[in-house]
Each structure stands twice: as C-alpha cells, then as structure tokens.
Design a binder for this molecule. Sequence first.
Ligand SMILES: [Zn+2]
Length: 160
Amino acid sequence: MKELNIHIDIRIFPYEELNAADRELIDAAREATFRSYSPYSHFSVGAAARLADGTIVCGSNQENAAYPSGLCAERTTLFYANSRYPDQAVKTLAIAARNEQGEFLEDPIPPCGACRQVMLETETRYNQTMRILLYGSKGIYEVKKVGDLLPLSFDASAMQ
Ligand SMILES: [Zn+2]
C-alpha cells in the first residue's frame, strides 16, 4: 500500500493587505453581486476576472425558473471573458457573495465543482495558471492555481 498526500497552500489576507490591483478586482466582484439575478436562492454571487492585458470582466449568477438552466457567477464570467476576449488569458479570478440578508459572507466563498472544472479548462486553454481570490469579510483566500482547488482532476489528457 502506498499513500498519496496532496498539499495545498492558501494565503489569507485582510483586504487592506492586498495590493491595489487585487483590491480593485475584489471590489469589482463585490459590485457584481448587486447585478445578480437570484430570485430563487436569494444568494447573490459576483465574480471578476483580470485578463492578461489588465481588462476586468465581471459576471454574476443568473438563475432561472427551470433551475438547471441558470448559471453560476464564475462560469458566467469566464465564458463571457473567453468569448469576448479569446486571446487574453485569465490571470486572476475574484469571487464574492452576499447571503439572503444582503450581507457579504464572512468566510470566503468556495466555487462549486462544475465551476472548478471550467476554471481548470481556462487554465489549460491558455497554458497559464490562474490565481483565485475568494472573498470573505473576515479574510480573503488566495489560491495560486485552479489545480489546487481540484486535485486529481479530469481533463482532455485523461482521454488519451
Ligand atoms: Zn459554480
């Protein structure tokens, strides 16, 4: 028997300790929560992607009465970024969320599994790691690459 141990490094920053560019991206993700369409969950998620050329693209969760037809903020953002700016890698993705009471979550918002899969393919597509900033009012998690959020992941190489 062998054992495989997977280690993930996450740095936790107070907002004030982030550099100006990351604070700007967090602010954009927070603002995007106010453009969420979430009449069913009342859970408002916003995401902001910084592209290689510095452009910031935002998105929010978009729900639908046919629940599976809706889409998370992360995928809304990445699909828009990739379709509008297909030549620009996504360098950093920031995510923020507000609860039913309209308050930002205290703990960092984790992306769902489907979004992690799409985030991973975005990294693969541009052959560049993508940093992830998960906003919580008590602290912000910085994850250096999507693979850290999705170990033992499935990608195109698994089909060969
Ligand atoms: Zn998701």
